[in-house]
Every structure is written in C-alpha cells, then in structure tokens.
Design a protein around this ligand. Structure first.
Ligand code: S3P
Length: 173
C-alpha cells in the first residue's frame, strides 16, 4: 500500500484547506487532483465541463490517479468530490495510501458554497436539493473508499487534523 494521506469527500468538505494544512504540519508535499488536472489541461474545470464535457474530465481524474502512483515520498493528496465514484478510482485511491473521508452535512456545504461559481455541478436552480441528493448517493461510495471517516461540521481545521492523526495512529497499532 502507498504511504500518502488522501482526503476525499463532498464539495465544500474542506479537502483542500485541511489537506494543505495537514501537509504543512507533517512537512509533506501537497497535491490536489483538481489543480493538477487544470494545469495539465491548461483550462479551469468549469471550462473543461463546458467544452469537453464531464466524461472527459472523469477520464482525466483516473489518468491523474495512475500518474500519482509514481509520486515519490509521502504526500498529502486531495481529490475532487466526484473522483471516488468510479470503482476503478476507489481501487487506485486505496493503492495510494490512507484514504480519509471528510464527512460533511448538506447544510454546511450549502453555507460554504453559496454563490460559488467554480463548481459546475452546483450551478443553477435547486442547488440546495442537488447537494442533498448528490450527498445521499455518494455517501456510501465515499465510505466504501475510505479507511477513516472524520465528521467536519463545526470543527476547526486544527481539530480535524488532530483527529485524522489520532485515527491514523490508532489504525496502525
Ligand atoms: C466535483 C467536485 C469538484 C471538481 C468538479 C466536480 C464533483 O472538486 O472536481 O467540479 O463531482 O463533486 P471539489 O470537491 O474539490 O470541489
């Protein structure tokens, strides 16, 4: 098994914020699949969805996980909210290391992402209902992909990181 720490979870769960802070605390490199895909494609994810379609973006996510298997040295990796939905991706995630599911409630997502224009899946009307229904569908898949689950609602980044470290340590005992 790989040695990385990988954060998965719904949009707005704090994967990037927590991932970046955890990388700093552990003195590791921080990688974010959304940013890596944007750099490689030379366009934003919104633009990718518009011009190439969601399916092309999903292909890039799987390709990126395969590339990350060659990443040397333990890193902290955050992945896009829809990445764990493919069975193949869940397998690759587990190969990369310790998969941590940052579990968030729909109301927290909504508070955090109200007015955000960078998530194509949450644009337009009925976004509140969409968050609820997507989270309902995805929750079991996130749980299937993860070794650890941490609830994030109402917690500070520091609290979340301490909980992650504690759970990883316990899992290793
Ligand atoms: C997506 C989540 C986004 C990004 C894309 C699709 C999803 O990442 O990959 O907009 O399907 O949940 P974040 O979870 O980092 O917002």
């Amino acid at each position: 098994m790989g040695e990385h720490i990988i954060f998965i979870g719904f949009m707005g769960a704090g994967k990037t914020t927590v991932g970046r802070a955890a990388a700093k605390a552990l003195d590791r490199r921080f990688l974010d699949t959304d940013r890596l895909i944007e750099e490689k494609a030379g366009m934003t994810i919104s633009r990718m969805f518009e011009t190439l379609g969601e399916a092309a973006f999903r292909e890039e996510e799987t390709r990126m996980l395969m590339e990350l298997l060659n990443e040397k040295g333990p890193a902290v990796i955050s992945v896009g909210g829809g990445l764990p939905l493919r069975r193949e991706n869940r397998r690759l995630l587990r190969m990369l290391g310790n998969v941590v599911y940052l579990r968030v409630r729909p109301d927290t997502v909504w508070k955090r992402l109200d007015g955000d224009a960078t998530r194509p899946l949450l644009q337009g009307k009925d976004a509140v209902e969409r968050v609820k229904s997507l989270l309902g569908d995805r929750g079991p898949l996130y749980e299937a992909a993860a070794r650890l689950v941490v609830d994030v609602d109402g917690k500070t980044v520091g609290q979340i990181i301490r909980e992650v470290e504690e759970k990883i340590r316990k899992g290793m005992e």
